[in-house]
Each structure stands twice: as structure tokens, then as C-alpha cells.
Design a protein around this ligand. Structure first.
Ligand code: ATP
Length: 238
């Protein structure tokens, strides 16, 4: 079996007396798109933030390509191949689209940045058109694209995506997810955390269901999407 890019074992995240993640274990193999779904407050964001060095890990381990990154400072992780796209995107609003992209590539060898930029523009032609516009003037969907594109500029081993659908109009959400499927086809390794279970399981290869900080179910995304309990609990009425 391929060594997973990311292996999480018994992860526990604790904020004072609140245990947000309680012994969660899961893996992401190279080239996989894996989704963690669950209700509001299930601990999904805390899981991603802990992996990215931004939430307090009280137990367990986080292996990136077989090496523990538990305790590695957040600012060091992009260099190790981890790229987090936080909830609410957060692009640098006053900077141009191009400067946002350059910032994403700051840890890359200088001579490779032009090539990276070309590839990102191929994936996101709209960003080429908007390259000299301030990022804050982009629409919500375009800002989400920029946040993803900026992360790709660092050529990550794995992309961690927190709720990319949040606050976007349904038609834009469809675009974001079709982009994720496209990235998956190109072999980008992605861990996606989503409340929109239906879309997440459509895009992903495998899924994990998180409930009160624990992984309660896992399997091929297609099977989870057919599971009546999953449908009833997480698919809503749509
Ligand atoms: P959401 O979709 O709302 O982001 P989630 O599944 O990502 O939900 P988390 O945001 O990880 O869940 O929250 C899990 C639990 O941890 C919740 O009870 C939340 O209130 C708590 N929590 C999250 N962040 C903090 C924090 N910084 N300090 C204290 N408690 C927190």
C-alpha cells in the first residue's frame, strides 16, 4: 500500500475544558480527495487547524509523508508541503491578484515561480484576466478561487480546505466543486472539510463522518452517499 501523505492518529484537540476533537484517526493517500463531513461544531475545523499548527493538540500524532509535524510551528508548515485554505478564504484584499499569487509561492525557488504561475492561470483563466485588480474587488467565488490558486502556488503535498462552499451562491458553489474535481483528476492531494455533505461526497473518493469530535463512519464516498442514515442526517432536504 502507498504510504499516506497525511496520517492522523488519535488526534485530540482541547480548548481549555472543551474537547473539540476526541481521538480522531484518518488518512489521505497521494492523489486522493478525502472529505470530512459533519454538523456544525462537530470538530471539523479544529481538526484542520490542528493539522496546520493553529489549534492546540492535546494528544495523538500528525504524520506528513511519514514524519511527525505535531508541534511544528504553523509558519514552518507551508515549506513542509502543507497548505491550508481557511474558512472565509481571506485573501489580501488590498493587494493585486498577482501579488496574492506571488505571496503563495514565497517558499518556492525563484526560477520556478513563472512556471507555477502559468499553470495556475491555466486552471483559473479568470485570475489572469483580473491579475492587476485588487483582490478585495473580486466576487466571493473569485476570492475562493484565488485562495485555492494561492495555495497551489506553493506546490503543496496536500491542500487542506475548510468549508469552501460557505457563504457562496449555489451556482458558484458548483463551480468551486467542479474545480475540486478537476484538481483531483490532476492528482492534487486534498483534504476537504464540508458541511455540504452531498457535494463533498460527490467530489471525494473517500469520506469520514465526524460527530462530536469523533470519526463515527468512514468509507468510499459513493457508499457513504448511498447510506440512508448519512442521507437523513447530513443531506438536508435538498
Ligand atoms: P463549524 O462548521 O461550525 O466550523 P466544526 O465542525 O468545524 O464546525 P469546530 O469549529 O472545530 O467544529 O468546533 C468544535 C467545538 O470546539 C465546538 O464546540 C466549538 O465551540 C469549539 N471551539 C472551536 N474553536 C474554539 C476555540 N478557539 N476556543 C474554544 N472552543 C472552540
Amino acid at each position: 500500500m502507498r504510504e499516506p501523505v497525511l496520517a492522523i492518529t488519535e488526534l485530540t484537540v482541547q480548548y481549555g475544558g472543551i474537547r473539540a476533537v476526541d481521538g480522531a484517526s484518518f488518512q489521505v493517500a497521494e492523489g486522493e480527495l478525502v472529505a470530512i463531513i459533519g454538523a456544525n461544531g462537530a470538530g471539523k475545523s479544529s481538526t484542520l487547524r490542528a493539522i496546520a499548527g493553529l489549534a492546540p493538540v492535546a494528544g495523538g500524532d500528525i504524520l506528513l509523508d511519514g514524519v511527525s509535524i505535531r508541534g511544528v510551528p504553523a509558519h514552518e508548515l507551508p515549506r513542509r508541503g502543507l497548505a491550508l485554505i481557511p474558512e472565509g478564504r481571506r485573501v489580501f484584499a488590498d493587494l493585486s491578484v498577482l501579488d496574492n499569487l506571488y505571496l503563495g509561492g514565497y517558499s518556492r525557488p525563484r526560477e520556478e515561480i513563472a512556471g507555477d504561475l502559468r499553470q495556475v492561470y491555466e486552471l483559473f483563466p479568470i485570475l489572469r484576466e483580473r491579475s492587476h485588480q485588487a483582490a478585495g474587488t473580486l466576487s466571493g467565488g473569485e476570492q475562493q478561487m484565488l485562495a485555492i490558486a494561492r495555495a497551489l502556488m506553493s506546490r503543496p503535498r496536500i491542500l487542506l480546505l475548510d468549508e469552501p462552499s460557505l457563504g457562496l451562491a449555489p451556482v458558484i458553489v458548483q463551480q468551486v466543486f467542479s474545480l475540486l474535481r478537476h484538481l483531483r483528476e490532476r492528482g492534487v492531494t486534498i483534504l476537504l472539510v464540508e458541511q455540504n455533505a452531498r457535494l463533498a461526497l460527490e467530489a471525494a473518493e473517500r469520506g469520514y463522518i465526524m460527530h462530536t469530535g469523533r470519526i463515527v463512519l468512514s468509507g468510499p464516498a459513493r457508499e457513504l452517499a448511498k447510506n440512508p442514515e448519512v442521507r437523513e442526517r447530513y443531506f438536508g432536504t435538498a
